[in-house]
Write a protein that binds this ligand. Structure first.
Ligand code: HEM
Length: 137
């Protein structure tokens, strides 16, 4: 049954997943829903592979096999509708952990510079004072 894309019946992923056994076997390939129940016995790749992918998106499995053009032509016979893309769980997006912007503490930087200047000055003042007092004694 080949329906035009515009009036194709729309199924949710949930609905498709309910047809998941050898008596009622649906799967999704390329966003389209196929009822392959009556094809199970005739599938050259065997029924097991179809049953392992039933009720799910089998696009990757289907493409991995590298099905022939004639296999792709056969698919039309089992087409029942399209899958509602909004029913797919949204992919988790990776958001890197927020890192605090590099913000060196300017006030402590200034304090260190002041200290580097004052400490030698203090030592010098101390040396001068010691010399001054030892001289007068
Ligand atoms: C409506 C859907 C499908 C149709 C009409 C279909 C049809 C065919 C056909 C005609 C072949 C013979 C080789 C060829 O002509 O490419 C084949 C082989 C095969 N198919 Fe499918 N197939 C379908 C879905 C799937 C899915 C979903 C899987 C995997 C989960 C699958 C796995 C295989 C495997 C493993 C082979 C055997 C390949 C080999 O022996 O080289 N097929 N299929």
């Amino acid at each position: 049954m080949a329906a035009a894309d515009t009036d194709a019946k729309l199924y949710t992923l949930q609905e498709v997943s309910e047809h998941n056994n050898s008596k009622d076997c649906w799967l999704i390939i390329g966003g389209k829903v196929y009822d392959v129940t009556r094809f199970l016995e005739d599938h050259p790749g065997g029924d097991e592979v179809l049953l392992s992918a039933t009720g799910k998106d089998a696009t990757d499995d289907f493409e991995d096999v590298g099905h022939s053009t004639s296999a792709r032509g056969m698919m039309e016979e089992y087409y029942v509708g399209k899958v509602d893309p909004s029913s797919f769980p949204s992919k988790p997006t990776y958001t890197p952990a927020k890192q605090a912007a590099y913000n060196p503490d300017k006030s402590s930087d200034f304090f260190m510079k002041l200290l580097q200047f004052l400490v030698p000055l203090g030592i010098l003042a101390l040396a001068v004072a010691v010399r001054y007092f030892t001289k007068s004694n």
